[in-house]
Design a protein around this ligand. Structure first.
Ligand code: F6R
Length: 261
């Protein structure tokens, strides 16, 4: 785990966008795993800027989104289909047929989940996966108690998540209760994981994810098992980390570190 702490979420998002751009530049047909929510908005803004101003080319990329609310059609303004189109896809040159987002309205969720996993495999897996973190420590919609080996499936959202997401809906009772989500096991198979977190509401989840035991209680703690994960955390979200000084020290000393460390 590489923990990168910074003052500004915007600056951290730009650094994370550069990591993604490096992957796309070195492998034009890269497979990108994407997240929704407020956390990756600045990252997507920067990718759009890189596309518009620097010609970052997504024309051979494939994308897989983490999750979607069950029951919301792609044109619902709170669906993750709508979010991705508005905040990224319509601004870059990704071919629509290369975009994969779980369906919130399929007639057969079981078959859809199997197909989604199979499509990821057919594309030789995800090169780099973007993640946010819920205030209850979830990644994608893998709520507390989700198996760390879980695959794409339907999940019942935790009350905390429903409350957190109520801000996006007209009425709290409009927030969907179920979601279709990649599993923790699916996520751990991506070559590189990038998790972003900002704001004090994420501080406990970040402390549990980085310094707590690996546990289904905080599914983001599964990142401790991954050989290549980068965590971009602003100071408010990092406030409860016990080893804060050490993570900062590592970043300060990075320029002089032997190659490969
Ligand atoms: C969304 C997702 C969720 C969010 C998390 C944080 O695709 O996978 O795990 O990343 O709920 O949401 P925000 O960024 O809105 O705080």
């Amino acid at each position: 785990m590489e923990v990168i702490i910074g003052k500004s979420h915007d600056e951290l998002s730009k650094a994370a966008a550069q990591v993604i751009a490096d992957v796309v530049n070195s492998k034009p047909d890269a497979v990108l795993g994407l997240a929704t929510g407020s956390t990756p908005l600045a990252l997507y803004k920067e990718l759009i800027r890189m596309h518009t101003e620097e010609g970052l080319d997504f024309s051979h990329c494939t994308t897989f989104n983490l999750d979607e609310y069950v029951g919301l059609t792609p044109d619902h303004d709170q669906s993750y289909h709508y979010f991705m189109n508005e905040n990224l896809f319509k601004h870059i040159n990704i071919p629509p047929e290369n975009i994969h987002i779980p369906s919130g309205t399929t007639q057969n969720y079981l078959a859809f989940c199997e197909w989604y996993e199979m499509r990821i495999e057919e594309c030789d897996g995800i090169d780099i996966q973007v993640l946010g973190i819920g205030s209850d420590g979830h990644i994608a919609f893998n709520e507390p108690g989700s198996s760390l080996g879980s695959r794409t499936r339907i999940k019942t959202l935790a009350k905390q998540t429903i409350e957190d997401n109520a801000r996006f809906f007209d009425k709290p009772e409009d927030v969907p209760i179920y979601a279709i989500t990649m599993g923790v096991g699916t996520i751990l198979e991506a070559d590189t994981l990038i998790l972003l977190a900002n704001g004090e509401s994420k501080a406990q989840a970040i402390s549990d994810a980085i310094e707590g035991p690996v546990s289904s209680w905080c599914t983001a703690s599964a990142l401790q098992l991954h050989p290549d994960s980068l965590l971009y955390i602003d100071e408010a979200a990092a406030a409860k980390l016990k080893m804060l000084d050490y993570y900062q020290w590592i970043q300060d000393k990075k320029p002089g570190a032997p190659a490969g460390s």
